[in-house]
Design a protein around this ligand. Sequence first.
Ligand SMILES: [Zn+2]
Length: 237
Amino acid sequence: MNIQTILDYQALDFEKIKINRQLAKSEEYVRYTHATEAMKKSVDKVAKMSTRAEQLFAKVDMLIGQYEAACKEYDEIAGAAEGLDEDLKRAEFYEKSLETISAQLEQLEKEASAAAAELSALGKEGEAEINAANKSAAIAKSGKGKVDELKAQFAGQLEEISAKQKALEEAADPALLAVYRGARKQVKSFPVIVALRDGRLCGCGIELSGAELGKLKDGEPFVTCPTCGRLVYKPEQ
Ligand SMILES: [Zn+2]
């Protein structure tokens, strides 16, 4: 079975990879993607901070509610304790209750001031992060035109290659093309189809088993390397 069409198809895929790499390596593209990523990170951070701030506001509301309730209770007990000087035992009870509530109020004040301090820190951090996001956005915006230009330029070349591939798709064995496409999704490196090395090794250096080598001898176009997933073919001598 002739696999040359598939090898040609792969070569065109490689051309596309090289073009995309060229784009990815260009100074404008690198700066643009860095700025875009930085902006996204800042926006995420601000969103998290704002969630935390909402929690803190809710906590402060709750603390104020508890504080008011405790104050009310304190006033009631203090009021009831008035004029009880005679009854020492009862006065002692009221005093203990007032002490407990005072301690509670003190604790609530501490929690409220901690929440307030965190909110203030969040406010400052949030402001800095929003500034950072705006800065990144400005860099991304200023570079976008050039990146779009580069993309358009490369898109023309990519289209030309795709047109050539389309012609090969019509000529290729559909089953082989499907095997190649399946392997391309699996194999992370390129090329996906490799020639047998030294008559027995895969491109990854692994020795293929006798059974696999036998398949190639029997005329199978490729065998799949069990280690790396590449398609190995036997080049014609
Ligand atoms: Zn391999």
